[in-house]
Design a protein around this ligand. Structure first.
Ligand code: NDP
Ligand code: 2IT
Length: 449
């Protein structure tokens, strides 16, 4: 890359920092993509002329709103709601909603930015967006969660639509929340508009495999990375961080493909079970009882629980960070590589810090970045939209096969793109470049809008 080009990209990055002060996660996500784009600008000068990078870093629309609600004792609470409609060049805005106390604009913007490229990689006609709230669902009753969701949707509904913006779940938003949100949307609009939300229940417009899709898809991506290295998942020891939606179905598919998962976690600690994680117990604790993972060890006497423990210190061959952003740092990456880890697949969004990513790339282990590895969730959301549009519903086997084909193709595309742009084996570069080119071409074609 020429010095002039480097300077130009650095200047764009500095402008992003200046225009979006204090939004560290957003800066981090932008930097990682911009670092890959030098060779793209050399090949496609029209992207520079049209200022595509500058435009892609600026969301098309950002909505911030008050969400008042009452708890079961009648006390009034005020939360903040967000929806960042980042880019609609290739389809309606599409991306999840996150309910977690750590949510602020910088988190939603980093997630929305990632979503733009991830969605483009799926090959489906979906633009990028993300939303959520600093509401903490932990310890709240179903009634409280319902009242919150109804209040949240009472403002958000006017910005949504199957041809405009289609939210889904993310941290703290699963089937229960999507139900309450869809119910309120339906009531406010007097329309049974199934395609306005994805992750719906089976029986009211949902798709089979959507619940499993992110985790299953991440495992398919790792399977493909290992295949490219003439290896496979059979018999591999794995650790999976988190114990939410993505982690649970990552563990399920790893086990189905003959791997052995020895540890998982939640925000309080890590559970280690050398003879293999008992997934039905994790599902019971997390999906049914909504309890802490610590309870796992009280029910299995040969399992160990480490309060506040670090899951990345456990020796394994495959690591799948599936909890949250920046949960795996440079030191953790060094420990994993030293202990013999050969593959990392990011089920979560941006779980590895930039130092961690550098360690993995330098060690030349198979590293699948979230944009590519966790795209199975949103891809299956797009399959749900297809079923809604055609008023059809597909079988589990048919839908899962489509998911597998999509993940296999994303792997092939990111691998080939990395090769083409002189970054052989680097899926970070491959994913950033392939996703960017798809969106940038559409933006050029649509003119200056
Ligand atoms: P869930 O809410 O179902 O589960 C989240 C899990 O991560 C829980 O075990 C939670 O522990 C843990 N976690 C969350 N925040 C933190 C934190 N700050 N520190 C430590 N642990 C934390 O969410 P999902 O499984 O849906 O999402 C997990 C990740 O996957 C996120 O990064 C999300 O953006 C990403 N993702 C999700 C997709 C989806 O379809 N759901 C699609 C693509 C990516 P605890 O219960 O203790 O908080
Ligand atoms: O990060 C993600 O891709 C998601 N949370 C899923 C988004 C979606 O619209 O299914």
């Amino acid at each position: 890359m020429s010095a002039v080009l480097c300077e130009r990209i650095e200047a764009i990055y500095q402008q992003v920092i200046a225009r979006n002060p204090g939004e560290d996660e957003f800066h981090q996500a932008v930097k990682e993509v911009l670092e890959s784009l030098g060779p793209v600008l050399v090949k496609y000068p029209e992207f520079s002329e049209q200022k595509i990078i500058e435009r892609i870093c600026e969301p098309e629309r950002q909505i911030i709103f008050r969400v008042p609600w009452q708890d079961d004792r009648g006390e009034v609470h005020i939360n903040r709601g967000f929806r960042v409609q980042f880019n609609s060049a290739i389809g309606p805005y599409k991306g999840g909603l996150r309910f977690h106390p750590s949510v602020y604009l910088g988190i939603i913007k980093f997630l929305g930015f990632e979503q733009v490229f991830k969605n483009a990689l799926t090959g489906m006609p979906i633009g990028g967006g993300k939303g959520g709230s600093d509401f903490d669902p932990k310890g709240r009753s179903d009634d409280e969660v319902m009242r919150f969701c109804q209040s949240f949707m009472t403002e958000l509904y006017r910005h949504l639509g199957e041809y405009c913006d289609v939210p889904a779940g993310d941290i703290g938003v699963g089937g229960r929340e999507i139900g309450y949100l869809f119910g309120q949307y339906k009531r406010l609009t007097n329309r049974y508009e199934s395609g306005v939300l994805t992750g719906k229940g089976i029986g009211w417009g949902g798709s089979l495999v959507r619940k499993e899709a992110t985790g299953y898809g991440a495992v398919y991506f790792v399977r493909e990375m290992l295949k490219a290295r003439k290896s496979g998942l059979e018999g591999k020891s794995c650790v999976v961080s988190g114990s939410g939606n993505v982690a649970i179905y990552t563990i399920e598919k790893l086990q189905q493909l003959g791997a052995k998962v020895i540890a998982c976690s939640d925000s309080h600690g890590v559970v280690i079970h050398e003879r293999g994680i008992d997934l039905s117990l994790v599902k019971q604790l997390k999906e049914v009882e909504r309890r802490r993972i610590a309870d796992y060890a009280t029910r299995h006497k040969d399992a160990r629980y480490l309060a506040g423990g670090n899951i990345w210190e456990i020796p394994c061959q495959v690591a799948m960070p599936s909890a949250t952003q920046n949960e795996l740092n440079g030191r953790d990456a060094v420990a994993l590589v030293k202990n013999g880890c050969i593959a990392v697949g990011e089920g979560a969004n941006m779980p590895t810090t930039p130092e961690g990513v550098r360690v993995f790339l330098e060690a030349k282990i198979a590293f699948g970045p979230g944009k590519a590895a966790n795209a199975g969730g949103v891809a299956t959301s797009a399959l749900e939209m297809q079923q809604n549009a055609s008023r059809d519903s597909w079988t589990f086997a048919y839908t899962e096969k489509k998911l597998d084909e999509i993940m296999t193709r994303i792997h092939a595309d990111t691998y080939a793109t990395a090769e083409e742009f002189g970054a052989s084996g680097n899926y970070v570069a491959g994913a950033n470049i392939a996703g960017f080119i798809n969106v940038a071409n559409a933006m050029v074609a649509l003119g200056l809008i």
